[in-house]
Design a protein around this ligand. Structure first.
Ligand code: ADP
Ligand code: MG
Length: 291
């Protein structure tokens, strides 16, 4: 592309809240065949609300106090929803010690003298915690598009919490437009299968990869490259950074983690997927002008 046409395109993009790093990102984006999208925070608001609480042994208020104490240490969008939901339902204001975030899986730490862990089935498996009858309950909630998370206290299953995360208002139209532009759209999420599939069904996503780690997202990009495809990846989180860096074009939600933005060639300032559609049109118009 000529420096002039790139400047015009990046200027137009910036006005529309789409920051394009350089001419290469613009050129590569015009040729992309496949778009991989993260779910939480990218397709969805990433601001879920607490919808279900099931404690098996402890009284609900005590259970929620432990849950809230742990999640106060986390910056995950799910954590914020859990803390405010738990407070509304009467959780006390305590904090945790020895807090640890387990990327893509959940959180763990100590509340008073209790060891508390909160997260997905993979986290419970890592900790050798049997989820028992709650596993089926979690699946049921997930089928409804909710994210269900198990809670273990002192190494034993203590209950579950579920949150629901709405699809962003701008997402359905953006996905439709990207399909019309001929892109294949793949969802890659750390979230559980049924939740991922419920969202993918609503949005007519072509392919779903659920319960994937940051490494899996990166490997998915490599696999598509091996098929000779040109890949863009859109994500908001720390867990997306390796795949964003590996993709031909990384697209970060400006509302997401700094490391995601740093790994990206394109940043959507408002965190609105509609920006991808505008960026694609700009990229192709710029490339047409030069040929
Ligand atoms: P995504 O790839 O969809 O953005 P993440 O990798 O951020 O999802 O998280 C994957 C899963 O790990 C979540 O769906 C949740 O089950 C669990 N998880 C991660 N962080 C937390 C947390 N702070 N509290 C509870 N669960 C968590
Ligand atoms: Mg995310």
């Amino acid at each position: 592309a000529t420096p002039m046409s790139v400047m015009v395109a990046t200027g137009r993009g910036a006005n529309a809240g789409v920051l394009i790093r350089d001419a290469e990102a613009l050129e590569r984006f015009a040729k992309v065949d496949v778009l991989i999208v993260d779910k939480t925070g990218t397709l969805t608001e990433g601001k879920p609300t607490l919808t279900d609480v099931e404690a098996v042994d402890l009284p609900e208020a005590e259970f929620l106090t432990l849950v809230a104490a742990l999640e106060r240490g986390s910056e995950h969008p799910l954590a914020e929803a859990i803390v405010s939901g738990a407070e509304e339902r009467g959780a006390d204001r305590s904090d945790s010690t020895e807090f640890e975030a387990v990327t893509g899986k959940g959180v763990r730490g100590r509340v008073g003298d209790r060891h508390v862990a909160l997260g997905n089935a993979a986290l419970m498996a890592d900790l050798a915690v049997e989820t028992g009858p709650l596993a089926a309950r979690a699946t049921e909630l997930q089928t409804k598009g909710k994210t269900a998370m198990f809670v273990a206290v002192d190494g034993r299953i203590a209950g579950l919490v579920a949150v629901a995360d709405r699809v962003k208002e701008t997402t359905p139209a953006a996905i439709r437009a990207l399909h019309e532009a001929g892109l294949r759209i793949i969802m890659a999420t750390g979230d559980a299968g049924p939740t991922a599939e419920a969202v993918a069904r609503q949005l007519d996503i072509d392919e779903v990869h659920s319960e994937v780690s940051p490494e899996d997202k990166h490997a998915l990009v490599e696999r598509l490259h091996a098929e000779g495809l040109s890949v863009a990846m859109a994500g908001d989180g720390v867990n997306d950074a390796p795949a964003l860096a590996k993709a031909d074009v990384g697209i970060a939600m400006g509302t997401g983690a700094d490391v995601a933005v740093e790994s990206a060639g394109i940043t959507l300032v408002k965190g609105d997927l509609g920006g991808i559609v505008r960026a694609r049109r700009l990229a192709q118009a710029t490339m047409r002008n030069i040929r």
